[in-house]
Design a protein around this ligand. Sequence first.
Ligand SMILES: [Zn+2]
Length: 439
Amino acid sequence: MSFNVFIGLEIHIELKTNSKMFCNCANDCFEAEPNTHTCPVCLGLPGALPVVNQKAIEEVILTGLALGCQIPLFSKFDRKNYFYPDLPKGYQISQFDLPLCQKGNFQEIKIRRVHLEEDTAKLFHETINNEKVSLIDFNRSGVPLMEIVTEPDLRSAVQAKEFLKKLQQLVRFLKVADADMEKGQMRCEPTVNLEIENNGRKFYTPLVEVKNINSFRFVEKAIEYEIKRQLEEFEKTGVEKQAGNKTTRGWDNKNQKTVLQREKEEASDYRYFPEPDLPPMRFTQEQIEIIKKSMPELPEEKTKKLMKDYHLTSQQVKDLIGDEQKMAYFEKALPVLIKEKIDFPQAVNLIINKRIDITKTEPEDLAQAIKSKDKTPQLPQEELEKMVKEVISNNPEIVAQFKKGKVTVIEVLVGQMMGKTKGQANAAQIRGMLREKMI
Ligand SMILES: [Zn+2]
């Protein structure tokens, strides 16, 4: 018996627009006093009419473009009907058959759709005066919520986790969301099932969706648990997947397992229909082009550029890209570093390892600090040349890799040179000498 794993992801990400999705309330409710960011629209009072937040639509389209999606020129909002206390209207404004974006590809995983909806209120289950009560905070109600749905192309828990991290990085780069999982700004629902091959016949286990996970680690654990559980369940019962059926489970972190929440959930249960209070949306190709032009440089391109142009290691790039403030500082310091001929990796080390306070140090001072440190005695040029030749002839494999275009391996040789010279050389100069000899 052998098996394959199929994992699809539904990811909800709160957009960080100034105002909420369908009203003027401020969209900055994290840690705000409960029910202070509300109005008749996001409280769902009878007769209150929604007005669309254009910025939120543009941000979803921008994200869709970055995910390689097609952007249809016609889209609409729909009502998803269900009853729950966090949804006073009795329906959520969402999108059903005509999402804003569809058919994309990101990290070699197919994206089925990206759509826009409103977030719900938040429930708190507490005990007050020995009485169990449920409290509702409507601050989150109506926050623009982007939903990204992948095809079941992921094959392991680790791959799913890495995909989510890349996606988080992407929306942060696009500046459409902070996507902080601890704050609930990014939530994930993996759908998992297995294809089991036994005696030449293929079987499929029932689809299971694990609801609302708010940590990368929990996503990984929940998927791993589901794979194990479904295998055991199938061996015991032999029950197979039925078309259209999906069971919902939740992740119980305390007991490290998923628990059954609801069986058999279908789209028809929600009785979707077009939202009568909002006109459908029509876009022109020109409008889409304008959004496309506002696209910043994406993480992948930026990584390549930083490694190639500034000789940073992949770890240095990872650290910089993961920290908006440090990245901004490096970019601000670049002209000075270039002018003063400062070694970029050396400067980045100081920035990453917090050996300078980037909130207080001007780039000029950073350059001076590095320069004065570089005033260690330098070996004579002829001696350096000799050592460079030695290092190159001792490392034919690294030289070959460099010539094939893997330029960052030069750092291995720079490291060897710094060791050989006992630090009595300038890394930038050495790098230049090595480069010259190898090209
Ligand atoms: Zn409101």
